[in-house]
Design a protein around this ligand. Sequence first.
Ligand SMILES: NC(=O)c1ccc[n+]([C@@H]2O[C@H](COP(=O)([O-])OP(=O)(O)OC[C@H]3O[C@@H](n4cnc5c(N)ncnc54)[C@H](OP(=O)(O)O)[C@@H]3O)[C@@H](O)[C@H]2O)c1
Length: 150
Amino acid sequence: MEYNKFEEIVSQAEVLPAVLQVEAHPYYQQHQLKEKISKYGTKLEAWYPLGHGDKTLIEQPIFQELSDKYKKSKVQIILRWHIQDGNIVFPGANKPEHIKENLDIYDFQLTDKEMQEIGKIDCGKRYYYLESDNAAKTYLGMKLDFDAQP
Ligand SMILES: NC(=O)c1ccc[n+]([C@@H]2O[C@H](COP(=O)([O-])OP(=O)(O)OC[C@H]3O[C@@H](n4cnc5c(N)ncnc54)[C@H](OP(=O)(O)O)[C@@H]3O)[C@@H](O)[C@H]2O)c1
């Protein structure tokens, strides 16, 4: 979401948004947006936190290096980076072994230097683009029937 759209919402909101869910991963780290929304107390919730599972992202050498050091998987290193970077993170995972692994990230800590090294692979690469403003209007108009869900 562009920041001006967020400002449009907060200018009319009676309750400020606690979270803003937007695409965020090591290739698209969103530091400027996070700084701007922080003045409203809004936290960033990472969408596509693993870059939609993109191997070129997960196979970046820095993640292999840290995986070897901490005896954690490369995905666990990425998720740990999210947490330490202040993001709220819900990775998508269908495989039970992935879900289990993704919860096991709270017994190690990346150093400031390692966080900075991961910071360097931010290249502004996104995986998702909203097709048009019309698509945005469609999403805004959606009324989901949660009561009908099993
Ligand atoms: N707000 C909402 O209502 C809502 C609803 C649904 C989804 N979402 C968000 O939408 C996004 C869904 O996109 P996405 O699932 O493509 O994003 P993603 O979390 O960036 O990537 C998920 C991919 O990473 C793989 N993966 C997960 N854990 C792994 C592990 N430990 N090792 C190796 N690969 C692993 C998954 O494989 P497997 O599937 O094979 O495990 C899947 O292919 C998520 O950010 C989710 O939070 C939001």
